[in-house]
Design a protein around this ligand. Structure first.
Ligand SMILES: O=C(O)[C@@H](O)C(=O)CO
Ligand code: MG
Length: 270
């Protein structure tokens, strides 16, 4: 069974950011991730992580002008400078808190911009990857589903793999969010197997509800066994919207940990 990190954008989100860190530690997680922690000074976040003996795995680049509809800038022609500023901000914050990955968000584009958007994203990612490499940080790109985010440029795992092939930087990887990929494409286990070498992080949530991974159409216990089978030794982000209070919905973690402990006593869970 893989190790699980708590996504503090969604989990424990009924309290202020720094309290989410301690709540995750109390719940037994050893790592967290957060989309946009920027409203908390990095030094305060670093201290909270240290006090709670937690690692923050990664964070996202700022989205741009959210009220105007931006959801990332990486593939937006004409917004290259802004994107690189977003990358710099994420890298600087990430380095201060010890994160080792930055999710470079692609953004929403119109259908007639797709070809230019691809070229823009590839070129932007090369520059971002080179800066990230100096900080020993991985750049993640995440296919996101079009039901939740219509027009998001990056929506399919194979598209991400092709883009990484053209970027040609070894520190660019796929954030394989099973929730998004199930909605867009399905066939999760085959896709995990065939993209194993490019997967830098995995995330889970029930489909279609995006709630705890113990309901819905995806059998996550089987997905976790598949991750073990293909030798994925990274973290799996619990990135779901709790049905009620986060603590009350962590039964899946306890059950999977217990099942795993009885079959493999050497591995710790969260
Ligand atoms: O799946 C998601 O929504 C996130 O992983 C993300 O980074 C964009 O919100
Ligand atoms: Mg995700």
């Amino acid at each position: 069974m893989p190790r699980f990190s708590a996504n503090l954008g969604f989990l424990f989100s009924d309290r202020p950011e720094l309290d989410r860190v301690s709540a995750a530690a109390i719940a037994g997680f050893k790592a967290v991730e957060m989309h946009w922690p920027y409203q908390v000074p990095a030094a305060a976040m670093r201290d909270a992580l240290m006090q709670n003996r937690l690692t923050m795995l990664g964070l996202n680049t700022p989205v741009g002008n959210a009220p105007a509809g931006d959801f990332g800038l990486g593939a937006l022609p004409g917004r290259e400078d802004e994107f690189q500023q977003a990358v710099d901000q994420a890298l600087s914050y990430g380095m201060e808190i010890g994160a080792d990955a930055v999710h470079c968000m692609a953004g929403v584009v119109s259908p007639d911009e797709l070809a230019t958007a691809e070229r823009t994203f590839i070129e932007n990612l090369r520059i971002a990857a080179d800066k990230a490499a100096q900080a020993q940080v991985t750049v993640l790109i995440e296919p996101i589903n079009h039901r939740d985010r219509p027009g998001y440029f990056l929506s399919r795992v194979e598209q991400a793999a092709l883009i990484i092939g053209q970027v040609r930087r070894s520190n660019v990887k796929i954030m394989f969010d099973c929730y998004h990929t199930q909605i867009m494409q399905g066939d999760l286990i085959r896709r995990l197997e065939s993209h194993r070498e490019l997967i830098g992080h995995v995330q889970i949530a029930a489909v279609p509800s995006r709630a705890e991974p113990d309901e819905g159409e995806v059998n996550y216990a089987e997905i976790c066994r598949a991750l073990d089978r293909i030798g994925y030794d990274g973290w799996v982000g619990a990135e779901y919207k709790p049905r009620h209070l986060t603590e009350g919905g962590l039964g899946w973690l306890a059950t999977w940990s217990r099942d795993c402990a009885s079959s493999n006593p050497d591995r710790s869970r969260a």
